[in-house]
Design a binder for this molecule. Structure first.
Ligand SMILES: Nc1ncnc2c1ncn2[C@@H]1O[C@H](COP(=O)(O)OP(=O)(O)O)[C@@H](O)[C@H]1O
Ligand SMILES: [Mg+2]
Length: 741
């Protein structure tokens, strides 16, 4: 799992020479043992820390944790590279994607195997010994009692000609109180995520029926800041360290009443409480950068939410893809969080038996219907009371999941179901000795309806005995932003710089620009403009410069927003910052590099090609190129933001850019009147004309260029594009729906 060309020699010799088996186990375990260590590190701890540092070296093989989103991105990268349409994109080596060419080298398989000793899968024993800290942010929280009654949700599936309705959730009733850990269990596709989203107020509209109340009040926007939602896929910045991630979250999310230092301290508290001290300076990691382990990642995601001290914490499959010990630790953390008075609801898939016993309450779903709601410890009693109990020793969770799936192998079946089997067998040739999953499901749903549901629903009708101000907090108007606009801007700006710090030193981009410049310089070596032919050649160079610095920025900029879509979605759905602050930060943080590259480019081309040798002409050319870049970036941002999909955006961008290039005034001079307006929208056209103006003072007649006066019109048009396209991008982002799905 952990493998880098750079660490191989050391790691191997470590293993051969120094590490006794016992040591290596404890060292391995340390990748996941933080909670368990608590100061008894000794010699192994110092070894660990040096190992910890090595983890951050680049070029790792992706970890094999359950990281759907990132593996999807990897796929996209590969597709991008291989598709022909992506050539221009590849050449522009977008900021975000450049690492896919530089940072990824897969080490040989045998070396990977050798390094397996460091994987966090083999560390079970050592972890067992540890106990978990119990102090989780214990400042008072407004308690939230949550009740959901007869919740139904359906989706409309649109076919080609017809649209059908599909019930996803069928009348679920349940509740959770502060201090309780409620688990939602059920087979995959049973509606756990959907129910969690409903509880979190992330799905609304007329397809939702029933009531969900928080302290007996319906959902309101002010709850956003009191609900923490940990989604199944961790959405985190790959290049930020654990500490940076949590500090930025604290700075953005904590209320203004806290000082900057207090917010930072809070971030450190959370790191401490989640046992992340040992990896606090490790990068989170992504598909191309190896970072923290899966369990640590998950805890960072949880930390991101508990940092603002939520009253209600919702988690979607926080343990999926983790080994059972790590899973147990995460659930223990949740248990501790609940203990200090928060309401914690988590969906869970295949818990181990020990993990199961950490749950206070349980909701068991099967195909969107409720099969059990109640104390987790009483589930077995309930099911045996309706005639279902395990015939062999079984993990209770496995037993429940089998039931929810309708699988009754090794489970005793009530007589009603047996009768059904008999009746079915009468009418058919095939003899079954077990009831069908459908029958089991129906039986269980009905049994719950008749025996328990009525009582539960009655309980729900009684109002809670809570004070009035607990209700009013739910309905209170929205809380203030955590930071002022300027603070948000600077925090996001810094975070953006940190996240992309590696791309800034992308030697690939720099090499690409330098190589192009040198080739141009050689081809146009000491060109002059005395004869018509020479002049036409030189005009060709100027046009190429206009096109190059029109293409490059567009294809870099279109990735900006689609790439951060998941993050933007997540952070905007909890009102972490103003969109305008984000937008400004994101669009300005890339400018320094974008303006640095053309300087190198021009320094090479300008003098090699022997363009007009005055300081004024050189700087004006530079300014024109800057303007072209900023305008082209605007177009890229607008296309990216309006489509929010890299593939679609690239296609649209290549068509647009090509049109602009063709209309740029070099290839075709006498454009038919009905299409000639296109060139006014083309930044290539304006840039080209301005470059000609700077070189020759006026358009040389042999080039057959339209009348060119002082150039104010061109500059004005470009400035309008700089702002116009950005405004368009901003509006598109605003209109983008920020929702869970
Ligand atoms: N918007 C939707 N459109 C169509 N089907 C949906 C939609 N949302 C959920 N479903 C379906 O509802 C079922 C439950 O989904 P989900 O809540 O994600 O299940 P779980 O989290 O338990 O695996 C699945 O069969 C899923 O395909
Ligand atoms: Mg799910």
């Amino acid at each position: 799992m952990d493998s880098t060309a750079a660490v191989i020699p050391r790691t191997k010799s470590d293993q051969l020479e120094k590490v006794t088996p016992a040591q290596s186990i404890s060292r391995t375990a340390s990748a996941e043992t933080i909670l368990a260590i608590d100061g008894n590190g000794g010699t192994s701890l110092s070894r660990k820390s040096s190992f910890g540092k090595r983890i951050i070296s680049p070029g790792r093989k992706p970890g094999h944790h359950n990281r759907k989103s990132r593996s999807a991105q990897l796929k996209l990268d590969l597709e991008d590279v291989s598709s022909g349409a992506a050539l221009s994109r590849a050449s522009s080596a977008s900021l975000g994607f450049s690492f896919s060419f530089t940072g990824f080298t897969a080490p040989p398989e045998d070396i990977i195997a050798d390094l397996r000793i460091f994987s966090d899968d083999d560390n079970a024993k050592d972890l067992e010994a540890g106990h978990v800290r119990t102090k989780i942010i214990s400042e008072p929280t407004m308690p939230i009692y949550i009740k959901f009654t007869e919740v139904r949700y359906k989706v409309i599936i649109k076919g080609v000609t017809t649209s059908t309705e599909k019930d996803i959730i069928n009348g679920i009733t349940g509740s959770a109180s502060p201090g309780e850990l409620l688990a939602l269990m059920g087979p995959s596709g049973s509606g756990k995520t959907t129910l969690l989203n409903l509880i979190g107020g992330r799905i609304s509209g007329n397809l939702v029926e029933g009531s969900i109340t928080y302290n007996d009040e319906p959902y309101s926007k002010s709850l956003k800041s009191r609900i923490g939602f940990v989604t199944q896929d961790d959405v985190l910045f790959a290049h930020l360290t654990v500490r940076e991630t949590l500090t930025y979250a604290a700075l953005l999310r904590l209320p203004k009443t806290m000082s900057r230092q207090q917010k930072k301290d809070r971030a450190m508290d959370v790191i401490h409480e989640l046992g992340l001290e040992r990896c606090k300076d490790t990068m989170i990691g992504g598909s191309f950068v190896r970072g923290v382990s899966g369990g640590e990642r998950k805890r960072v995601s949880i930390g991101n939410e508990i940092i603002m001290n939520p009253s209600l914490l919702l988690l979607d499959e926080p343990t999926s893809g983790l080994d059972s010990t790590t899973a147990l630790r995460i659930v223990q953390v949740l248990h501790d969080i609940a203990e200090v008075g928060k309401t914690v609801i988590t969906t869970i898939h295949q818990p181990s038996s020990r993990l199961y016993h950490r749950f206070d309450k349980l909701i068991l779903l099967g195909k969107g219907s409720l099969i059990y709601f109640g104390k987790a410890s009483e589930a077995a009693v309930y099911f045996s009371s309706i005639g279902c109990s395990p015939l062999i020793a079984m993990n209770p969770a496995e037993f429940l999941l089998d039931l929810a799936n309708g699988n009754v192998n090794d489970i005793s079946v009530p007589s009603e179901l047996e009768d059904k089997v008999q009746i079915e067998n009468l009418g058919s040739d095939i003899r079954n000795d077990k009831p069908s999953p459908k029958d089991v499901h129906e039986y269980l749903v009905e049994a719950y309806e008749t025996r328990v549901a009525v009582k539960e629903k009655k309980k729900h009708l009684l109002p809670l005995s809570i004070s009035e101000d607990m209700k009013t907090t739910v309905t209170a108007p929205r809380r203030d932003w955590g930071a002022s606009w300027l603070q948000q801007y600077s925090i996001l700006f810094l975070r953006g710089l940190k996240e992309r710090r590696h791309d800034y030193l992308s030697w690939m981009r720099i090499t690409q620009v330098i190589a192009t410049a040198v080739i141009l310089g050689l081809l146009w070596w000491h060109s002059d403009s005395t004869t018509t032919k020479d002049l036409q050649d030189q005009a060709g160079l100027l046009f190429f410069i206009a096109v190059f610095w029109g293409f490059f920025p567009v294809f870099t900029a279109i990735f900006t927003f689609p790439q951060e879509r998941a993050m933007l979605n997540k952070e905007r759905s909890v009102d972490m910052y103003r969109l305008s602050a984000y937008f400004m930060a994101r669009t300005t943080s890339d400018l320094p590099l974008d303006l640095f590259l053309p300087i190198i480019f021009l320094l090479i081309v300008y003098f090699m090609a022997g363009l007009r040798q005055t300081i004024g002409a050189f700087f004006l050319t530079m300014l024109i190129v800057f303007l072209s870049i900023v305008a082209a970036q605007g177009l890229g941002l607008a296309i990216g933001a309006s489509l929010m999909d890299v593939k679609k955006a690239t296609t649209l961008a290549s068509v647009t850019v090509m049109t602009f290039m063709l209309a740029g005034g070099f290839f075709v001079k006498r454009v038919p009147a009905f299409i000639s307006w296109v060139r006014y929208m083309s930044f290539n056209y304006h840039t080209y004309r301005l470059l000609l103006k700077v070189q020759y003072g006026k358009a040389p007649p042999s080039l057959n260029i339209d009348h060119l006066d002082n150039g104010i019109k061109e500059v004005g048009a470009m400035i309008a594009m700089v702002f116009g396209y950005r405004l368009l991008a901003y509006i598109s982002l605003r209109r983008m729906k920020f929702c869970a799905a």
